[in-house]
Design a protein around this ligand. Structure first.
Ligand code: DQA
Length: 142
């Protein structure tokens, strides 16, 4: 399975961000964890702090499944939502923290309606759960 992992703003700073919300792993470590856990699958990784760069990248995607952590853009970006909506492959959103039990502004979510499933609140395990979901769901599409 070809799986794209897309991460939004400030996730390149994982390791230095609030550990209670985001855990201790860097983004490179999370990506490596996915490669090591799902050896038989093919990953591509992309991170940007820029909304337009994320939109450009999402538009070009050709994969079987996408995991996106749009980070702060989750709560603000119609443009990322619209780019995601274009694609019919499996899509899941992830968050390291529990966005529904933090500040009220994090409860606004422009992404959740255009993805198949959401995983949040389990730090790096959210990414593992998301990829597991894609792999299992993909079996039924074959
Ligand atoms: C986040 C949650 C967002 O609210 C926040 O802006 C982030 C990371 C998470 O993974 O928990 O940058 O998406």
């Amino acid at each position: 399975m070809k799986i794209a992992i897309v991460n939004g703003p400030n996730l390149n700073m994982l390791g230095k961000r609030n550990k209670d919300h985001y855990g201790t792993l860097t983004l490179d470590s999370i990506n490596q964890l996915l490669v090591d856990t799902f050896k038989e699958h093919e990953f591509t990784f992309f991170q940007s702090n820029h909304e337009g760069a994320l939109v450009d990248y999402i538009q070009t995607l050709d994969c079987d499944g996408l995991v996106i952590n749009a980070a702060a853009y989750t709560h603000t970006s119609v443009a990322i939502r619209d780019a995601l909506e274009i694609h019919s492959f499996l899509k899941v959103e992830v968050h390291l923290s529990d966005i529904n039990n933090r500040e009220d502004f994090r409860k606004t979510n422009f992404i959740k309606d255009v993805v198949n499933c959401s995983f949040f609140g389990k730090k790096e395990q959210s990414y593992i759960d998301a990829v597991n979901y894609l792999v299992e769901k993909n079996k039924f599409l074959k």
